[in-house]
Design a protein around this ligand. Structure first.
Ligand SMILES: C[S@@+](CC[C@H](N)C(=O)[O-])C[C@H]1O[C@@H](n2cnc3c(N)ncnc32)[C@H](O)[C@@H]1O
Length: 351
């Protein structure tokens, strides 16, 4: 049997990982920010002074960064961090996952044991990390790419929208601002997240939004056929009750309503993710957080990001939804969003 992939240099992968960990330290503790503020190229002394850190530690940090190739040097021994600010911020924030995952190491060790717990509940620092990814700028771009085309499926802008699994609520607040004539309901099963979301709107709105702490698989009885749109952003792969969520989504959607589930665009099949850069990023996140969190249900079977696009699409169709194409990507192409609508009831059918 022929192999479809070549292994990469393991030693280099581990060395790069260590370098990324040291970079993460610099990003989290202000050394990288200080680098952006001094005139470059700079000396170790200048950086040490700007960062307010001991010179000897800064020298070792710089040495590690030069060896890894993140920092460059001039012949006269000065240092530069030659990356765009946006790139530094994006990958700097990504690198702060390292300490979060290190903290989860012991819990994951237990969960992976045959006789250990099936998983563990959401870890607040990870949820905070996700929330920090949702900057006003990234949400604006995200909405233009994924949300607005989906909302155009229905005419007008006075919708009733459900944000299911809203987390700290940043996205739902942007949706509420973008559609001020609409009424947004946003729910999450995590009490702390909902408290945080409620506090945010208590001072400066928006006022067309209501937060509720409840499970997506057990929505209020009076919500039957209430919503034009249901947004399920970064939730299904994290959830241990996907069947219940989809059943409830179907119940609360109007007959002509639409839902969209957004999850990382990863294939369900390992043969399709060989050396795939998105999978290189998202599957470690799943290993440490999404999979154990989604394994907390009665069956102990978790989805995680490895559940993937194809199996997600299949599950949505099994629940009697019609998956529809929005934009130019065919519905069978692996992508972040999957938009679906209720199949119209046939005469004499209860489903
Ligand atoms: C990765 S966060 C995404 C939050 C938010 N949608 C966003 O995009 O910023 C996933 C959220 O889904 C929530 N969640 C997972 N399963 C849920 C369920 N069955 N019912 C309600 N919320 C759920 C978690 O509590 C968490 O806040």
């Amino acid at each position: 049997m022929a192999f479809v992939s070549e292994p990469r240099d393991l030693a280099q992968i581990v060395r790069d990982g260590l370098g990324a960990l040291v970079f993460a330290f610099g990003y989290k503790t202000g050394i990288v920010d200080a680098f952006g503020e001094v005139e470059q190229p700079c000396t170790a002394e200048e950086l040490s002074q700007k960062a307010g850190k001991k010179l000897r530690y800064i020298q070792e940090w710089l040495g590690s960064m030069v060896a890894t190739g993140i920092v460059t040097m001039t012949e006269d021994g000065k240092y530069s961090l030659p990356h765009d600010k946006s790139v530094i911020n994006m990958w700097g924030h990504a690198s702060t996952l390292f300490p979060i995952f290190c903290e989860l190491f012991p819990k994951l060790e237990e969960a992976t044991s045959q006789d250990g717990p099936s998983g563990y509940p959401s870890y607040n620092p990870f949820l905070q990390w996700v929330d920090l990814c949702r900057s006003a700028e990234t949400l604006k771009t995200w909405n233009e790419m994924f949300l607005v085309p989906f909302m155009k499926l229905k005419p007008g802008d006075a919708f009733t929208i459900l944000d299911l699994g809203c987390g700290f609520g940043k996205h739902s607040r942007e949706v509420a601002k973008l559609y001020p004539n609409s009424k947004i309901f946003a729910i999450d099963m995590d009490e702390r997240s909902i408290e945080h979301a409620k506090k945010e709107i208590s001072t400066c709105g928006p006022n067309n939004i209501e937060y509720l702490c409840t499970k997506g698989g057990n929505l209020p009885k009076e919500w039957t056929e209430k919503f034009d749109f249901v947004i399920i952003n970064d939730v299904l792969h994290d959830s241990y009750e996907v069947d219940d969520i989809l059943k409830e989504t179907k119940r609360v959607l109007k007959a002509d309503g639409y839902a969209a589930a957004y999850d990382p665009p990863i294939s369900s099949y390992h043969l399709k993710i060989v050396q795939d850069v998105l999978a290189q990023f998202y599957l470690p996140c799943s290993f440490f957080h999404c999979l154990p969190v989604s394994s907390m249900g009665p069956s102990g079977e978790g989805l995680g990001i490895g559940w993937g696009y194809e199996r997600k699409k299949q599950k949505i169709e099994e629940h009697g939804f019609r998956v529809i194409q929005v934009g130019d990507k065919d519905v069978n192409t692996i992508q972040e969003g999957i938009v679906f609508q209720k199949l119209l009831k046939r005469k004499g059918s209860n489903s």
